[in-house]
Design a protein around this ligand. Structure first.
Ligand code: NAD
Length: 498
């Protein structure tokens, strides 16, 4: 069993608090690591290192900063194989899916290499006689990211890539369930030429998070995780005067219209519902077919596909998905299935008893499919975050639109149809932050922004794209006049252009 570390001031640092979490290999169920849980003093050491490194980092200028990120992208590509294996080993997703996790993170770092352009301000020549106005974007200083277990490479890169490109120094608190890849990414940043202290990784739990939220030198916090924790972190950080963006959980609906291409819809549903064992914030967890005939046809086609899902160890290149992240999470997902049965939903496919030969202690679960799920049921209202898909039948398009819009979460949503009018109406009216039209997991590419609505997001600015630059910088506006431009004497009224 290996003992993991923190990464502070450009090097690995052993945990000093005496508290550890156990890290597991989900595919075998074995404990493989001890993850140090930082105390306040270790968080403070990371913040102090970051604060000391940040002024020189911003002074290096945006192009030199971008060069470090470009080199980092090359190094991650060089190490893609071992990084994906480590990620799959700690998280449980398949190696192919782990590569996608890393790649989608790199795409945001690629976007961030355009920072010299992205940070440019505005200039108005001669706004009034002899008077010029310009604006500039400056980094915030030390900023922090708190990230979830389900994308241990992508989401840390979504946070530290743009933040560091903008000239901030960063403290990352990754999930204690799979911190191996974030630690490696920090080492690769140093190899790419990042000065020590600009990127620090502190492992920990609530104690470390609270220390970040209470630290007066941390100016902004980007969080991704479950909604109750997002709400808590947003409230505590904002009360301390920090800039906050906290992305929470989801219940993503897919509307299937009577005219949809059924083959396309079913393929989309099995991939988006069960890929990565349903442990994706953009997974489809509810499908709302419109009309009885559509529902009957969809369910008839879905049953054999869900029964035929191939579940295997993360190393099996032919597996559709691997184990869940921990035994505790597996038990929680199974408990939801039990609850669904009690609530009166029809369990058409029950994958709870699935066992994988040779991996009997791994955290595996077969796909589950519910029909006749109603809006009052807890399995409909709450995020399950496992390989469980609910069919919620609707009679009309209007009912399906209202169903998706009225859910307390509003992360992603999709409609499958051949009708352009319906698709356009849906995209315009539905109450969710990211919409797919015949696309089941509409995660925008790096140059658009990503963020949900309602209780899927707390804060004002999204992550990725131009909003990432806005979040990690503050705007300063300069109004300037030189002596030759001064025409008036002293004035005691507010200047106007009238
Ligand atoms: P989580 O909320 O349990 O943990 C997220 C982070 O918060 C971790 O770093 C964890 O250590 C920390 N944390 C946990 N409990 C805490 C507490 N009580 N106080 C302070 N910090 C705490 O989430 P998870 O299980 O790691 O990730 C899955 C969740 O993340 C799902 O709800 C999923 O929908 C969500 N998610 C959302 C997005 C998005 O962009 N909206 C993306 C990915 C995942």
């Amino acid at each position: 069993m290996i003992e993991l570390t923190h990464f502070i001031g450009g090097r690995r640092v052993k945990g000093a608090s005496g508290r550890f979490a156990e890290g597991f290999e989900p595919m075998t169920g074995e404990a493989i690591s001890r993850v140090p849980l930082a105390a306040k003093a270790e968080v403070r050491a990371a913040v102090e290192n970051a604060a000391a490194a940040q002024p020189a980092w911003v002074a290096a200028g945006p192009q030199r900063r971008a060069r470090v990120l470009t080199k980092f992208i090359d190094l991650v590509a060089r190490d893609m194989g071992p990084l994906a294996e480590l990620l799959a080993r700690e998280h449980g997703k398949t190696i192919a899916d782990a590569r996608g996790d890393i790649q989608r993170g790199l795409e945001v770092v690629e976007f961030a290499t355009g920072v010299a352009h992205l940070m440019k301000g505005e200039f108005t020549d001669a706004a009034a006689p002899g008077l010029d106005i310009y604006s500039m974007r400056q980094p915030l200083g030390v900023v922090a990211g708190i990230t979830p277990f389900n994308f241990p490479a992508m989401i840390p890169m979504w946070k530290f890539g743009p933040a560091i490109a903008c000239g901030n120094a960063f403290v990352l608190k990754p999930s204690e369930r799979d911190p191996g890849v974030p630690l490696r990414l920090a080492e690769l940043m140093i190899e790419a030429g990042l000065p020590a202290g600009v990127l620090n990784v502190v492992n920990g739990d609530k104690e470390a998070v609270d220390a970040i939220l209470d630290d007066p030198d941390v100016k902004a916090v980007g969080f991704v995780g479950s909604t109750p924790v997002a709400a808590y972190i947003y409230t505590r950080g904002a009360a301390a005067g920090k800039r906050m963006q906290c992305f929470g959980g989801s219940k993503n609906h897919m509307i299937v219209m009577p005219d949809a291409d059924m083959n396309q819809a079913v393929d989309a549903l099995v991939g988006a519902g069960y890929g990565s064992a349903g442990e994706r914030c953009m997974a489809i967890s509810v499908v709302a077919p419109v009309g009885e005939a559509t529902a009957n046809e969809l369910v008839k086609r879905l049953i054999p596909r869900v029964e035929g899902l191939k579940i295997g160890p993360s190393t099996d290149a032919t597996a559709d998905y691997g184990p869940l992240v921990t035994k505790a999470h597996l038990d929680k997902v199974k408990a939801y299935v039990e609850l669904g049965v009690k609530e009166g939903a029809k369990l058409l496919v029950d994958g709870r008893d699935f066992k994988l030969q040779g991996y009997e202690n791994g955290f595996y679960m077969g796909g589950c499919l519910f029909d006749d799920v109603k809006p009052h049921m807890r399995i409909y209202r709450e995020e399950i975050f496992g390989p469980v898909l609910s069919v919620a039948r609707t009679a009309t398009y209007a009912e399906a639109l209202a169903l998706a819009s009225n859910h307390e979460y509003g992360n992603g949503v999709a409609i499958f149809t051949r009708d352009g009018d319906a698709a356009r109406d849906f995209a315009s009216k539905v109450q969710a932050g990211m919409v797919g039209i015949n696309v089941p997991i509409p995660v925008p590419l790096a140059y658009y922004t990503f963020g949900g609505w309602k209780r899927s997001m707390f804060g004002d600015l999204n992550q990725l794209g131009p909003d990432a630059v806005r979040f990690y910088t503050k705007t300063k506006t300069v109004t300037s006049r030189w002596p030759s431009g001064v025409k008036d004497g002293a004035s005691f009224v507010i200047p106007t252009l009238s």
